[in-house]
Ligand binder design. Sequence first.
Ligand code: NDP
Ligand SMILES: CC(C)CCC[C@@H](C)[C@H]1CC=C2C3=C(CC[C@@]21C)[C@@]1(C)CC[C@H](O)C[C@@H]1CC3
Length: 418
Amino acid sequence: MAPPEGPRAPLEFGGPLGAAALLLLLPATMFHLLLAARSGPARLLGPPASLPGLEALWSPRALLLWLAWLGLQAALYLLPARKVAEGQELEDKSRLRYPINGFQALVLTALLVGLGVSAGLPLGALPEMLLPLAFVATLTAFIFSLFLYMKAQVAPVSALAPGGISGNPIYDFFLGRELNPRICFFDFKYFCELRPGLIGWVLINLALLVKEAELRGSPSLAMWLVNGFQLLYVGDALWHEEAILTTMDITHDGFGFMLAFGDIAWVPFTYSLQAQFLLRHPQPLGLPMASAICLINAIGYYIFRGANSQKNTFRKNPSDPRVAGLETISTATGRKLLVSGWWGMVRHPNYLGDLIMALAWSLPCGVSHLLPYFYLLYFTALLVHREARDERQCLQKYGLAWQEYCRRVPYRIVPYIY
Ligand SMILES: NC(=O)C1=CN([C@@H]2O[C@H](COP(=O)(O)OP(=O)(O)OC[C@H]3O[C@@H](n4cnc5c(N)ncnc54)[C@H](OP(=O)(O)O)[C@@H]3O)[C@@H](O)[C@H]2O)C=CC1
Ligand SMILES: CC(C)CCC[C@@H](C)[C@H]1CC=C2C3=C(CC[C@@]21C)[C@@]1(C)CC[C@H](O)C[C@@H]1CC3
């Protein structure tokens, strides 16, 4: 039986209490990680060596830099795009239009940063500003989420997301009420999901690499690997930008604190944790080990990209010769489900590839500390939870056909294990 949506839908994340706890816990975890990475013991569990005062968190320079960064990314978003894509059909049968120029934004940002550095911009000074930058990013996320919550009060009911209309203000503030908040062509959720956070993440990584070169004469092999792997991941996401239009974040979830904070603060400041750790805790890495780690990342990427591209190609055009020979199950909606190829191996092959890559990003940091493995642990929890949410939505959409798919493909993420 499909679960109900809307006001009677079961509340996620432990309901209002869980949402209230996460409002505090998520920023606290981010600051804990930032502090732990710069401390000698670099302990993931246990209190950080010292707590910063307000003077270490608040800096008008960091605020200016942060606003300039958001302004730059917003300006790049508004530049003419190579393509304008249509999103999924909405409740009122309309489709929104989205500019496909994320990769262009990455390249232009790289050019601007390159120009800035050659004109004397001290990129190596950025790592010292991470704490105040994370602080202003968190403040921005709170203020922005408040704006989104108020904007949703005057939005038509058809514009609201199914999950964020519980009526409890804390829960709805956390999950987000409006599905696609926009001002004219500027779509806030789509903009935040890929631009300031993801591009900010690789910029922070690069600054940490530059700082390491300043401190030790040249960047370490471990730092090169972490930078290279994560740049590939971000470049890939922006190159395939159109694919996020079918993710549950865009089609199902409201835009509230969880995604706003996740996109603009959590991603840049916690996803760069391995590079932050390496700056203060250099790790020796020989060529044979580095080659093995590159192989692990390549295998992860091969599965991740293969699975995502196979599904996207199939959804765009099921008769495309690359997917036409695959076995499928018909559903009552008219859409089909792939039951061979990557999607016949496990029900979320793309998650498996993503997790293998996450392991490869931590391995260059050695095995002496748990801290650089935080991303792998957090990401496993996120994907297990996400997989369960997606299963619920697919069961609701496809009913018996989904049950048949689960029978034919019994494992969720890891073959023969989970
Ligand atoms: N680094 C990070 O922090 C994060 C990364 N990711 C990554 O982003 C990518 C996108 O993930 P996500 O948005 O969760 O979802 P998916 O790309 O896995 O999409 C799930 C959807 O795919 C469709 N689908 C499921 N099974 C089949 C099948 N057998 N045949 C055809 N279509 C099927 C269904 O939608 P429908 O039928 O409507 O098309 C389902 O709702 C993943 O690679 C993930 O690893 C995700 C979250 C966080
Ligand atoms: C702060 C919370 C614990 C959770 C926040 C979740 C967000 C950080 C993620 C939700 C879905 C995401 C996706 C990506 C990045 C992380 C967030 C925003 C990608 C853009 C990463 C690159 C992939 O190729 C596509 C992903 C889509 C979903």
